[in-house]
Write a protein that binds this ligand. Structure first.
Ligand SMILES: Nc1ncnc2c1ncn2[C@@H]1O[C@H](COP(=O)(O)OP(=O)(O)O)[C@@H](O)[C@H]1O
Ligand SMILES: O=P(O)(O)OC[C@H]1O[C@](O)(COP(=O)(O)O)[C@@H](O)[C@@H]1O
Ligand SMILES: [Mg+2]
Length: 547
């Protein structure tokens, strides 16, 4: 069975698997291949992809199953699989076992308990008749063979980065999934994020301990930023005899997970590393949506409704609500779309300007004249370049290296007040919800510190169970998540190499503009180009600083 690699230059071909360990490059854990004709069908899953040399790849007879069959079936050479690593890539002699789910009562009724090795999830589902088959990921779910016995598993769970509704549900469901589906008893909680591996004691997580944690917001294990020291973490994993690591966190955390996976592979130890993407900003690439996002959008309604009531109850009321969204304005956009009282939504991806025709002042004045109030929703990362210009910007960073944002809400309230009071000689009533002080609630935190709603709980359960199935099946260096609504195993690097942002030329943003009737801020061509450039520079700068 010879596979021919795709010629696409955008795809990377790791050569690690056919080189002796000491020669292995640090190319990412991508295993990207496209499938031509494959002869044999008598292959079992979860064996290493053996890379000869680009452009030719030979799959080990047992390996290729999951991808092979697709090739057989379709005979296409444009069917690209971006595969995740497997423990047998660097431990070829690992024994496998029958999946205990075969005897599970719960699954006895299921027609097809195990995910077929042929099952792939398409990255793009909108296709044209003649378009290439494109990129695919392995479908997540239980495999017929597992590479751990229940007794040998010592798993651990760690949570890193900012909070998000649903983290506790994911923790709970990993513990319960390991126990109830695979009979695993030994699960450790690493406390306080990555640094907890080497600076804190662990917690024993039993189904009893985690039983009701999903009712609470936050993370039962606590979290932190910074403190990622790959060597110390992997030393600790080895010292504690941990062989499955479940890492819940955002883009920064997933980069850390990729580093841990690489180090584990370098040391050749039997440790499966599984990432569960967490982000309130929905800024993680490839996956449809991050868990807790819907809960946050729902909670944002409370803040927006409060600002609306305040603004419409006074003369010339200007309600401003600041929501989370460092580089991506998804929360602000969807909270706005879901609300319908919002007159204007400002997000990091969309440059705006204040003065002149088509500017924000003109629009606010028009709204005040027509409705006697105006409601603005603002993502915290919006207009950072303006704020930086008008105040002495000092580049503070958090412990993970993320640049701390300037308070665009405070800045905007001040600008609007000054403009209407001094230039337009109008009295306005400003109601800003988003200030961080002891006396006002900050919706930025309010929307992420709550427990997840029912549908997010279901989503969290699927994520946790998919991660457990993947690790038990010996996959490693993967992130799990829904792609076009089917859960898939995605190479970690795939989700960290880009950031998911609102597409300014996409239909969703157009829907928002159509719904609010706000200016698109694109009329002033020259100004727009300048602002565009500033925004891109500012965002790039923030991204560079945060890596
Ligand atoms: N490039 C990186 N390599 C390794 N670890 C990283 C990297 N970026 C961030 N981390 C670690 O990941 C953790 C969380 O990162 P952070 O950016 O704060 O949150 P999030 O994961 O939610 O984006 C921190 O402990 C940080 O040290
Ligand atoms: O928790 P902190 O340190 O106050 O950080 C706030 C930041 O965390 C976020 O909520 C989410 O960021 P992460 O996904 O990196 O954790 C951002 O929207 C916000 O800017
Ligand atoms: Mg982040």
């Amino acid at each position: 069975m010879e596979l021919s690699l795709s010629n696409s230059s955008s795809l990377r071909f790791p050569q690690n698997d056919f080189l002796p360990r000491h020669n292995r490059s640090t190319l990412g854990p991508f295993h990207t291949f496209s499938i031509k004709k494959l002869a044999s069908k008598s292959i079992s899953i979860c064996r290493p992809l053996i890379w000869r040399r680009p452009p030719l790849v030979r799959l080990n007879a047992q390996t290729a199953t999951e991808s092979n069959a697709s090739g057989d079936k379709h005979g296409d050479d444009d069917f690209i699989v971006e595969d995740v690593p497997h423990l047998t890539h660097f431990l070829p002699d690992l024994p496998s076992y029958t999946n205990p789910l075969k005897k599970s009562q719960a699954y006895a009724v299921v027609k097809k308990t195990f995910v077929s090795p042929e099952d792939m999830v398409a990255k793009e589902i909108i296709v044209q008749k003649d378009s290439p088959r494109g990129i695919h990921f392995r479908r997540a779910g239980p495999r017929e063979k597992v590479f751990f016995t229940p007794e040998e598993v010592r798993a651990c769970i760690v949570t890193c980065g900012g909070l998000c509704p649903g983290i506790n549900t994911v923790i709970r469901e990993i513990v319960c999934g390991l126990k109830n589906m695979y009979g695993v008893d030994d699960v450790l909680g690493i406390q306080g994020g990555y640094s907890g591996f080497y600076s804190k004691n662990t917690l024993n997580l039993t189904t009893k301990v985690v039983n009701d944690i999903h009712k609470r917001g936050g993370t039962f294990l606590q979290t932190s930023r910074g403190g990622h020291d790959t060597k110390k973490i992997v030393d600790n994993i080895q010292d504690r005899g941990i062989n499955q690591v479940y890492i819940i966190g955002g883009d920064g955390t997933q980069k850390g997970a990729a580093a841990i996976y690489k180090e584990v592979e370098k040391r050749g130890i039997k440790v499966a590393v599984a990432g569960i993407p967490k982000t309130i900003d929905n800024d993680i690439a490839v996956i449809d949506k991050s868990f807790g996002f819907d809960t946050a959008v729902e909670e944002a309604q409370r803040a927006i409704n409060a600002a609306h009531v305040e603004a419409e109850s006074v003369q010339n009321g200007v309600g401003i609500v600041k929501l989370m969204g460092r580089y991506s304005g998804f929360i602000a956009m969807l909270a706005t779309l879901g609300n319908r009282d919002v007159d204007c939504c400002l997000i990091p991806e969309s440059p705006f300007y204040l003065e002149g025709p088509g500017g924000l002042y003109e629009y606010v004045e028009q709204q005040l004249k027509e409705n006697r109030h105006v409601l603005i929703v603002l993502a915290e990362g919006a207009g950072q370049e303006y704020v930086a210009q008008s105040m002495q910007a000092f580049q503070e960073k958090d412990a993970s290296g993320n640049r701390l944002l300037l308070d665009v809400g405070l800045w905007l309230t001040q600008q609007i007040k000054d403009h209407f009071t001094n230039e337009r000689k109008m009295t306005i009533n400003m109601k800003y919800i988003g200030k961080r002080n002891l006396y006002t609630s900050d919706p930025t935190y309010m929307i992420r510190a709550i427990p997840s709603n029912a549908s997010d709980n279901i989503y969290c359960t699927l994520l946790a169970q998919s991660a457990v199935h993947g690790a038990m099946a010996g996959f490693t260096g993967f992130t799990v998540g829904p792609v076009n609504s089917r859960h898939a195993y995605i190479p970690i690097n795939r989700v960290t190499e880009t950031t998911n942002t609102v597409n300014m030329t996409g239909r969703m943003w157009a829907r928002l503009l159509a719904s609010t009737n706000q200016p698109s801020f694109v009329n002033h061509q020259t100004l727009r180009e300048r602002v565009d450039k500033n925004t891109i520079d500012a965002i790039n700068n923030m991204k560079i600083n945060s890596t």
